[in-house]
Design a protein around this ligand. Sequence first.
Ligand code: NAG
Ligand code: NAG
Ligand code: NAG
Ligand code: NAG
Ligand code: NAG
Ligand code: NAG
Length: 335
Amino acid sequence: PGEAYGYLRNGRGLSDQWADSVVVRPRTTERNITVHKTLVLGFAISILTLIIVTIIAVLLSVKFEECTGEPSGRPASGNHTKFNQTRDSQVHHRGEEHGIQPWKLLRLPTSLRPIHYNLYLTVFMDNFTFHGQVSIEFECLNSTRFIVLHADRLELQRAIVYTGERRRGALKVHRQFKYPANQVLVIALNGEMEPRRSYKVNLTFHARIEYELLGFFRSTYPQLGDKRYLAVTQFSPTHARKAFPCFDEPIYKATFKISIKHESSYLSLSNMPVEVSEPDEEGWVTDHFARTPRMSTYYLAWAVCNFTYKETLTNRGVTVTFFTINLMYYWILRR
Ligand SMILES: *[C@@H]1O[C@H](CO)[C@@H](O)[C@H](O)[C@H]1NC(C)=O
Ligand SMILES: *[C@@H]1O[C@H](CO)[C@@H](O)[C@H](O)[C@H]1NC(C)=O
Ligand SMILES: *[C@@H]1O[C@H](CO)[C@@H](O)[C@H](O)[C@H]1NC(C)=O
Ligand SMILES: *[C@@H]1O[C@H](CO)[C@@H](O)[C@H](O)[C@H]1NC(C)=O
Ligand SMILES: *[C@@H]1O[C@H](CO)[C@@H](O)[C@H](O)[C@H]1NC(C)=O
Ligand SMILES: *[C@@H]1O[C@H](CO)[C@@H](O)[C@H](O)[C@H]1NC(C)=O
């Protein structure tokens, strides 16, 4: 109809040139439309390709991180502006500068290194629970405001973080939460910790002594017609986190000083000999064990039991103590 109208108007005295343009217009519009169609199709295909490539890149980067265990958290390609849109926008650490949340990585971020743990446990054999206080001294290697460490099945109270150096040095805790998918506890501070400085985090927790061969668990055995109980640990490979909050990866070697408070009808054992055993309130004893050498968390062990033992000295001067019940026996070596 447009064409017909053009001819009609032409017939009423418009110039030929004008008429031509009028007549031609519909055809050019048609071409424009086809051009637009290919353009749009091209755009759609390129956008689709871009999306697919991005998805593959992201998947590959995740896979790559899983394989190498390199918790660098760097985006796979270029500057991903979309990583900007996160809550924690003012973080500067490399693993975090693009808003990657370090607790979502399978491995702990490498910005902190534990040095020493002071662990104080109270073991209740009547209701199979334990209460613990841990003070972890760690060094900051790369500035970060997140303390990410392992904790599983533990009921935790609010952490206290402070610098070992300054007298007043308590650091404000902004937020503390668990990320159960990776069995970690995250303590987000208000400010950043500085590299080459040492800090301490104090945590109080309690948990059950489960009837299961993991973490700090309980077991039973019959003796003289009675059912006897013991509580013992199995931390290898990744169960120390069920007994106390820690950097539960073998590369994080540290020293440990353990104290165990228990009923005096039981005895306690650990990697190191008891340094001091002090009577506590009525019917309770606290055993303070010597500081361990630098070692991984999964080497740590302790037990609260009612075993009998025999001690002997080898001709090379090593004291060997056998702790035993009927058929099971546990032994430790002491130099
Ligand atoms: C990415 O960011 C870095 C520094 O933030 C900058 O030097 C570089 O030019 C950026 N690359 C692109 C492709 O924008
Ligand atoms: C992302 O962050 C960088 C640096 O913090 C900033 O320069 C840039 O404008 C941000 N981009 C967006 C899209 O917010
Ligand atoms: C277990 O017993 C101790 C004292 O005997 C008590 O302090 C603790 O709250 C008890 N725990 C539970 C879970 O009942
Ligand atoms: C942290 O724990 C350690 C050892 O349990 C204790 O000596 C220290 O006073 C605690 N610090 C704070 C600030 O509570
Ligand atoms: C972290 O710190 C170490 C030494 O303190 C340094 O070699 C490394 O480059 C730092 N890494 C980042 C991502 O800043
Ligand atoms: C520990 O063993 C002694 C002697 O076998 C026994 O008298 C005592 O009741 C036991 N204590 C517990 C808590 O099992």
